[in-house]
Design a protein around this ligand. Structure first.
Ligand code: URP
Ligand code: ZN
Ligand code: ZN
Length: 479
């Protein structure tokens, strides 16, 4: 199948170009600059290919042609707090596709006492034959032991080249400093990358217990118990450990100014510290956790931060300056009814996580590009190119270029629509952004050369998504 996308403006992380894009099979085979575009290099071979014609021609006049979004942080079917994140690999990846995302990097979980391989095999089985778009995995390590440390090398060899550790969730996922340091040292040898959930979970649990004992049982107290400084402290400690190990480190779901400040200071002194943030920390705040038990819809960790305190401004500044590297969603949806409700009367029992995989690309376009904070190229860098670079998928993914996978989105930067649980495709009974109007939407979504979404209709198929074997984290190393 040959698809020609005509008359659009191609936007990559390195700029824009008036060019037609030819797809043949599952690859982009040519980008042919249109006359009058000085950014484009005239491509005779490409023009000859174009002359052969296409089975399907998409007119992208007035539209942007961008690389498919890469959500570097999702949790389909994650077990949490006695239940499971509601989206399966099928429903979640389908929703991602509607939102312009053509690759997800999910987290396989090693259970305490079990091998990493068992965890990876379990998550492979959840995804294989079900995902509608391509997928890859990070590996959550629940314990770092003499057995799991050497196993990390074999996991990297299988294309899972990043490992998430936690300074939060004592008794479940928390790793102590020795464990984190040892894993970092090992990653330096095997080319893996350590990802950190940095919040001081031990201190948090003290405040959680104090609030609960004082009768503060509402979801709001999930938010107020997890002080921003607890994220700042853990981030600083982990950065120092990474410096001692001589290893790069990547912080997931950064939310607090306290953490951004230490990240920027570390980067200023040359430390290879990187981080993502998520739309919820840019567009929502602690007040959303109020309103009685309705606030449970917004319970996630780290929590939404107070509107005062400069947290959102710090995140935007870091995004604009380049200190924040990418945007993941931490998509981890639980229905309000029957799942979030497990914590009615006890905020400690509310499953942690929010839906968002479908809304990321449009929220970042609306709140970033339309609001004048970032350029279209920087938007593409944050939602696609940088996740591909950081996580060993570039240039197969993350760029509209000859030779890359044909994961392409025809994006309408002017179309306005309203985010709502009534219309979204995520399998969850609420939206964190209910009623919010955003500008920008994905008209056509192409996954490895197959049109899977067109004008709001789905044409994909469960099982068409492939496992992506990722390269090591050479992007953040000298060799
Ligand atoms: O609340 C969250 N973030 N749930 C998902 C698990 C995690 O820590 O990323
Ligand atoms: Zn986390
Ligand atoms: Zn997460």
């Amino acid at each position: 199948m040959r698809i020609l996308i005509k008359n659009g403006t191609v936007i990559n992380a390195n700029g824009r170009q008036q060019a037609d894009v030819l797809i043949d099979g599952d690859k982009i085979v040519a980008l042919v600059a249109r006359p009058g575009d000085d950014a484009g290099v005239s491509d005779k071979a490409g023009a000859a290919l174009l002359a052969l014609g296409a089975d399907e021609v998409i007119d992208a006049t007035g539209k942007w042609v961008i690389p498919g979004g890469i959500d570097e942080h999702t949790h389909m079917e994650l077990p949490f707090g006695g239940t499971f994140a509601k989206d399966t690999f099928e429903t979640g990846s389908r929703a991602a596709a509607f939102g312009g995302t053509t690759t997800i990097i999910d987290f396989a979980v090693q259970s305490k006492g079990k091998s990493l391989q068992e965890g990876l095999d379990t998550w492979m089985a959840k995804a294989e034959g079900h995902a509608v778009i391509d997928y890859a995995f990070h590996m959550i390590m629940s314990d770092v032991t003499d057995e799991t440390l050497p196993e990390m090398d074999r996991i990297v060899d299988q294309g899972v080249s990043s490992f998430k550790l936690f300074t939060a969730y004592p008794g479940v996922f928390l790793s102590d400093d020795a464990a984190i340091f040892r894993a970092m040292q090992r990653s330096e040898k095997n080319g893996g990358l350590i990802l950190m959930h940095a919040e001081n979970g031990i201190a948090i649990d003290v405040v959680v217990a104090q609030n609960f004992a004082a009768g503060n049982t509402d979801p709001y107290y999930h938010g107020v118990s997890r002080y921003p400084v607890f994220e700042g402290e853990a981030t600083n400690r982990v950065i120092r450990l990474a410096e001692a190990a001589g290893a790069p480190v990547f912080f997931v779901h950064m939310s607090a100014k306290d953490a951004v400040d230490v990240l920027m200071a570390a980067r200023d002194r040359g430390t290879k510290a990187f981080a993502e943030t998520c739309p919820q920390y840019l567009f929502l705040d602690l007040a959303d956790l109020g309103n009685g038990f309705e606030g449970s819809k917004f319970v996630c960790s780290p929590p939404l931060r107070p509107a005062s305190g400069g947290h959102q401004q710090a995140l935007w500044t870091a995004l604009i300056k380049g200190d924040l590297y990418g945007i993941g969603t931490d998509h981890c949806p639980f229905d309000f009814e029957g799942q979030k409700e497990l914590g009615r009367g006890d905020f400690r029992k509310i499953p942690n996580g929010l839906p968002g995989v479908e809304e990321r690309v449009d929220l970042m376009h609306d709140g970033g590009v339309v609001a004048g904070r970032i350029t279209p190229a920087r938007w593409v860098e944050l939602i696609s190119a940088n996740p591909a670079r950081m996580f060993g998928l570039y240039p197969r993914k993350g760029v509209v270029a000859a030779g890359a996978d044909a994961d392409v989105v025809v994006y309408d930067p002017n179309r306005k629509h309203v985010l709502s649980a009534k219309t979204h495709h995520m399998d969850v009974d609420y939206s964190c952004y209910e009623g919010r109007e955003v500008q920008g939407g994905s008209d056509v979504v192409i996954s490895r050369g197959r049109i899977i979404v067109k004008d709001g209709e789905f044409f994909g198929k469960a099982g068409d998504g492939e496992f992506l074997k990722r390269e090591t984290a050479h992007w953040v190393r000298k060799n």
